[in-house]
Design a protein around this ligand. Structure first.
Ligand code: ZN
Length: 315
């Protein structure tokens, strides 16, 4: 019988990180500057470990290689997605990511990185950096070289529940006081454009990658506003945020027992609020805020009971 795959996250210390992952999600974080929870990951820099069932203790990248049937015998060589929760206790560096073809050549075969953000929480009046104002590549280079950051960078206001699609080539940065669930291509390639001239504990500036960043930045900026689609069922609201070539992302708002039967596609689930249970073949698996799992191919019909919100994605 096919079981759900519950996952143990991996945590990353970051100079901009904080303690929200412990306070909000109850995670046993390694220190008070924890910036990233790699919740559903098969990336070599931090793969999740399966917690239950016949594959308990196995890393997700190994499971992908050894049991392709759980993923519908995929054509992709590596697990294509990565789900993270980010605690931006301070501003993140301004950055941009390459697309697949550029990353393949310049980053040792890593994937490109298109990502998207669901704003879990943020402080009143929070904003983020999303895109730039340069009209030509020359203007982009000039403003970067002259450090005209206020003119160059676009700022947008954010609030909890907002969703942003961030294609590769988009200059972006999360700003102080933001908690985000990120769904992205499984990639760890970031080109840093500007880091507010911050120094680490040893007094060092972090590297910038201006040449590559200028190479991959889309000019002029393209607005990628998404219009979420909402579907109401009896005890369930499904919001479709995006259906792109890289991933589709949804929110499931469960208010009582709701049944799902899925096409031949594995699903990534993250519980972002509330609690409940996943019911499948007479088994009840508890779900609580901060639980992450994969529903494999061949799982068939299942139900979610309780009052909870989930971010759901597939490739
Ligand atoms: Zn990014």
């Amino acid at each position: 019988m096919v079981q759900p795959l519950f996952l143990r996250p991996v945590f990353k210390e970051r100079i901009w990180g904080g303690t929200a992952l412990r306070e909000e999600y109850g995670y046993d974080i390694p220190n008070d500057q924890t910036g990233e929870c790699w919740a559903i990951s098969a990336h070599p820099n931090g793969p999740s470990i399966i917690e239950n069932g016949p594959y308990a203790g196995m890393a997700l990248d190994e499971l992908w290689d050894k049991h392709p049937e759980l993923f519908g015998h995929p054509k992709e060589e590596v697990f294509p997605l990565l789900t993270k929760i980010l605690d931006a206790n301070m501003d993140l560096s301004v950055q941009v990511h390459p697309e697949d073809s550029y990353a393949k050549v310049h980053e040792n075969g890593d994937l490109g990185k298109t990502e998207c953000w669901y704003i879990l929480d943020c402080k009143e009046g929070a904003d983020m950096i999303f895109g730039h104002n340069a009209k030509t590549k020359e203007e982009l280079i000039e403003q970067i070289n002259e450090g005209k950051w206020n003119e160059l960078l676009r700022r947008v206001k954010i609030k909890p529940g907002d969703f942003f699609y961030v294609p590769s080539g988009t200059i972006h940065a999360l700003c102080e006081g933001t908690l985000v669930l990120e769904t992205q291509q499984s990639s760890d390639t970031t080109y840093r454009v500007y880091d507010y001239d911050r120094r680490d504990a040893e007094g060092n500036l972090r590297d910038l990658h201006l040449e590559k960043a200028i190479d991959v930045t889309t000019v002029p900026h393209q607005n990628t506003g998404v219009a979420p689609k909402v579907e109401e069922r009896k005890y369930l609201t499904i919001t479709t945020f995006v259906e792109s070539e890289f991933f589709s992302v949804y929110k499931w708002d469960v208010r009582g027992k709701s049944t799902f039967s899925l096409p031949d596609q594995y699903l990534l689930l993250s519980v972002i609020n509330g609690d409940g249970a996943l019911i499948h073949d007479e088994e009840r698996y508890p779900l609580k805020k901060g639980t992450h799992l994969i529903i494999p191919v061949g799982f068939g019909e299942f139900a979610i009971d309780g009052v909870c919100q989930l971010i759901v994605s597939h490739s």
